[in-house]
Design a protein around this ligand. Structure first.
Ligand code: F6P
Length: 342
């Protein structure tokens, strides 16, 4: 078969491991021809392709980013976008597409099925908010990076008797904040799922001071908001899927905490450090398993599905069960984290 592969949306460590697995299994096991599509759906709109042979995917397992590039292009926002995609797919002779992406990319994959595109999805996002899968690849790496940051901030916060706020990614859900906060021993963790009261955050910090702990670490997801308030927006620019850039909640909190506790408070915004660089061993293995399963699904003809991990088993899930929803944090895990607040 002639199979195309693309990566769309924000990058996540492990994309290259997926591509490598699709190419290796596709060529060596199924005798496929694999075509790389550059920059997500934009590559299909523009007919921007690259031949992916075994050489092209050699030495990329440990590399971050995507050898194909990525973009947040939404074909449904372009004049005759879906039709153009179908024309280019036919011209290139592509019989199926493996789409590596998060909610936006997978939604396009699902909607394109109506136009006759045969797609299999691979769940990718550091945010880990895709339903019907325990893990997206990239999440484990992001959590490791945020945990290391917390370990480093711990010693300097303690030495200076400061509050340090670590702002992590997580637009709609707080999986990274919760996992890294738990692993890094944060004294307060703030999530988009649980609007916060500044007074409560300050109470935790004051309680620590009463116990002689003159420093605190606060982890906040970029999408966390005060009770009755709104998310803090970094830029009014809205992307083609309708997302606004978030960022700055850490600075808002720092001012409030200094006001009510009198303790010097500093902020670190981890930003794209969470997305760049090498994937962890866990993400390399998960991404490899996803890539192999995706090309298997193509050959089983199970389109309009996504590969997922449940327990330790890779399973197919219909895209209709996945899109337009978000997997929020496990409330039990949040209750465990709360034991360590303050
Ligand atoms: O969707 C993943 C994510 O990392 C979000 O956590 C974050 O809000 C967003 O991407 C940032 O995207 P960009 O790099 O396009 O600003």
């Amino acid at each position: 078969m002639k199979v195309g592969v693309l990566s769309g949306g924000g990058d996540a460590p492990g994309i290259n491991a997926v591509i490598r697995a699709v190419v290796r299994k596709g060529i060596l096991h199924y005798n496929d021809e694999i075509i790389g599509i550059r920059d997500g759906w934009r590559g299909l709109l523009e007919g921007n392709f690259a031949c992916l042979d075994l050489d092209a995917v050699s030495g990329i397992l440990h590399k971050g980013g995507s050898i194909l590039g990525t973009s947040r292009t939404n074909p449904f926002k372009r004049e005759k976008g879906p039709e153009t995609i179908m024309e280019n797919v036919e011209k290139a002779g592509l019989e199926a597409i493996v789409a590596i992406g998060g909610d936006d990319t997978l939604t396009v994959a699902h909607k394109m099925a109506e136009y006759g595109l045969k797609c299999v999805g691979v769940p990718k996002t550091i945010d880990n908010d895709i339903p019907e899968t325990d893990y997206t690849f990239g999440f484990n790496t992001a959590v490791s990076i945020a945990t290391e940051a917390l370990d480093r901030l711990h010693t300097t916060a303690e030495a200076h008797h400061r509050v340090i706020i670590l702002e992590v990614m997580g637009r709609y859900t707080g999986h990274i904040a919760l996992h890294a906060g738990l692993a890094g021993g944060a004294d307060v963790i703030l999530l988009p799922e649980k609007p916060f009261a500044v007074e409560e955050v300050c109470e935790y910090i004051k309680r620590r001071r009463q116990r002689g702990r003159n420093f605190s670490l606060v982890v906040v997801a970029e999408g966390a908001k005060p009770k009755g308030g709104k998310e803090i927006v970094y830029s009014e620019r809205i992307d083609e899927f309708g997302h606004i850039s978030l960022g700055g909640v850490g600075y808002y909190l720092a001012k409030e905490i200094e006001k009510c506790t009198g303790i010097e408070t500093r902020v670190v915004v981890l930003g794209h450090l969470q997305r760049g660089g090498s994937p962890t061993a866990f993400d390399r293995v998960l991404a490899t398993r996803y890539g192999v399963a995706a090309i298997d699904l193509v050959h089983q003809g199970l389109y309009d599905h996504m590969v997922a991990i449940k327990g330790n088993t890779i399973v197919p899930v219909p895209l209709s069960k996945v899109i337009g929803q978000r997997k929020t944090v496990d409330p039990e895990l949040y209750e465990i984290a709360k034991i360590f607040f303050g």
